[in-house]
Design a binder for this molecule. Structure first.
Ligand SMILES: C[S@@+](CC[C@H](N)C(=O)[O-])C[C@H]1O[C@@H](n2cnc3c(N)ncnc32)[C@H](O)[C@@H]1O
Length: 266
């Protein structure tokens, strides 16, 4: 793993005492999908998953507007096998979903993007504790940096297996709409970068949020529903992953539905 400094230009950092009310870390199973955000056998040392960080930051604030500057050898430093296919998870929070997938799928690299730097530092510490060489995290505003990161990966010949956007902050209020992660501009930018067939998986516990994300992609002629996914039945679409995210678990624990859609570059 590379040093933090390479990926965190100081102008982009949020201040230190971020706190987050993330969900608890229960260990459960449902069907064949594993619900273990706190991990089962792990950690080797006890993890403090209830660590608190600031819950929200404003992605439109000046602190998050400077585009990421990627070190020339970031990918070699981040991953033991840099040429493996990669999954990019937008808004990864404490990174549990990334770590569990990375452990289960050593032939895939996992890159988590999270806007809150203290949370990313925590994720990187966790990846080290888990002794994973196929998981890495960037402190980044995905609205600005996702196209930059994806372009860089593709220029290096890395296959982007999937981009996942799980439970992005809803920003319900109309005046906060511009803070949403999935915007028409981001959708168009990604379309102009990725190869045909590149898949984007969208998930939320709020139907409107999932609907808006799916619509942003599908009203753009460069995307189509992925095979087996129906944009008019978001509550019935399945996840392609065997691991659940923390928010997904918390939602299902409350007996509430999760809405999903997968699109692909057409
Ligand atoms: C509700 S949490 C969901 C976490 C996780 N994906 C899950 O499903 O459990 C949304 C996360 O997205 C992050 N986030 C929000 N806007 C972001 C942005 N523009 N770029 C990167 N991360 C962002 C938040 O800080 C937060 O950690």
């Amino acid at each position: 793993m590379t040093g933090l400094g390479a990926h965190f230009p100081s102008c982009r950092l949020s201040t230190a005492t971020d706190d987050l009310q993330d969900v608890s870390t229960r260990i459960e199973k449902s069907g064949d999908r594993v619900y273990n955000p706190g991990s089962t056998q792990r950690p080797k040392q006890k993890e403090h998953l209830k660590a608190k960080f600031r819950q929200h930051v404003n992605p439109l604030s000046d602190a998050y507007q400077t585009p990421i500057s990627l070190a020339p050898r970031w990918i070699e430093e981040a991953f033991e096998k840099p040429s493996q296919k990669i999954v990019v998870d937008v808004g990864c929070a404490k990174g549990t979903w990334i770590l569990q997938n990375a452990e289960a799928n050593p032939d895939t690299n996992y890159l988590g993007l999270e806007i809150r730097r203290p949370v990313v530092e925590y994720c990187i510490e966790r990846a080290k504790r888990w002794e994973l060489t196929n998981a890495h995290f960037f402190a980044t505003n995905a609205n600005i940096d996702l196209p930059i990161i994806m372009t860089d990966l593709l220029e290096r010949g890395v296959c982007i297996d999937m981009v996942t956007i799980h439970h992005p902050d809803p920003h319900f209020k109309k005046r906060h709409k511009k803070r949403r992660v999935v915007t028409d501009e981001l959708v168009e930018e990604i379309a102009n970068i990725v190869p045909l067939g590149c898949r984007i998986f969208l998930q939320s516990d709020i139907e409107d949020v999932c609907h808006n994300m799916a619509n942003s992609f599908l009203r753009n002629a460069k995307y189509q529903p992925a095979h087996g996914y129906d944009s008019s039945r978001l509550g019935d679409n399945a996840s392609p992953h065997s691991v659940m995210t923390e928010r997904e678990i918390a939602t299902l624990n409350k007996g509430l539905p999760v809405f999903r859609m997968m699109v692909e570059r057409a």
